[in-house]
Design a binder for this molecule. Structure first.
Ligand code: FES
Length: 184
C-alpha cells in the first residue's frame, strides 16, 4: 500500500452542498432563456461547472470491524477534512457492503465546528455528543441531528466498493468552515 492509499489513523474533525453533489464531474450545459431587444425570449446554452471530487482509497472492507471507526482525510488534506468510516453492523442510509452497514462522515460538528472524532457510540450508532453544545448525529440516517444545537446534518462521505476496496468519491453536505468542499 503506497502512502496515498494508506488511511490516516488520527483523530479528526467534515461538507458538499446538495447543489455541489448534483453538479458532479465534468462540464455540462444548461439551457436558459434570455431576453433580447424588444423582450423576445431566446434559448441559449451556457456551460455549468462543477465540482470534481477525487476518488480516494480508504481501506479494505474486510479490515473493518463492527463499531471500530477508522479516521481518514477527505476530500483533501485541508482544514476540517478529517472524517471517519465505520461498520455499524446495521443497515444505514448510503451504506455499502453486503449488509449496507458501512458508512463515512465528516468529523466536525455542523454547528460551530466542535470536534466529533472519538465520540462514536456503538449502542445508538451515533456521533456525539459534541463537546461544545452537545449535538449528536444519527449515522444510520444520513447524519441527521438527534439532539443539540446544530441544525444541519453531518456531511456524509459517499463511498464506493470495488471488490474489497472502499473508496471515497464525494461528500453530501458542506464541510464546516468552508464555502466549498474542494479547496482547489
Ligand atoms: S459546535 Fe457542536 S453543538 Fe455547537
Amino acid at each position: 500500500m503506497n502512502a496515498e492509499m494508506k488511511p490516516a489513523k488520527r483523530q479528526g474533525k467534515c461538507r458538499m452542498t446538495r447543489r455541489d453533489f448534483l453538479l458532479t464531474s465534468g462540464t455540462t450545459t444548461a439551457t436558459v432563456m434570455v431576453l433580447v431587444n424588444g423582450g423576445t425570449a431566446l434559448a441559449q446554452e451556457i456551460p455549468a461547472v462543477i465540482a470534481t471530487y477525487p476518488r480516494k482509497f480508504i481501506t479494505k472492507l474486510s479490515d473493518l470491524k463492527v463499531d471500530e471507526p477508522l479516521d481518514f482525510d477527505y476530500p483533501d488534506e485541508g482544514f476540517y477534512a478529517e472524517s471517519m468510516i465505520v461498520k455499524l453492523g446495521v443497515e444505514a442510509g448510503g451504506g455499502i457492503g453486503r449488509r449496507r452497514d458501512v458508512i463515512a462522515f465528516n468529523s466536525w460538528c455542523t454547528h460551530q465546528g466542535g470536534p466529533l472524532a472519538g465520540t462514536y457510540k456503538a449502542d445508538t450508532k451515533s456521533l456525539g455528543m459534541c463537546p461544545f453544545h452537545l449535538s449528536t448525529f444519527d449515522l444510520t440516517r444520513h447524519g441527521i441531528l438527534i439532539s443539540g444545537q446544530a441544525y444541519e446534518s453531518l456531511p456524509q462521505v459517499l463511498l464506493e466498493l470495488a471488490g474489497d476496496d472502499v473508496f471515497a468519491v464525494g461528500i453530501f453536505g458542506l464541510i464546516f468552515g468552508r464555502s466549498k468542499n474542494l479547496l482547489s
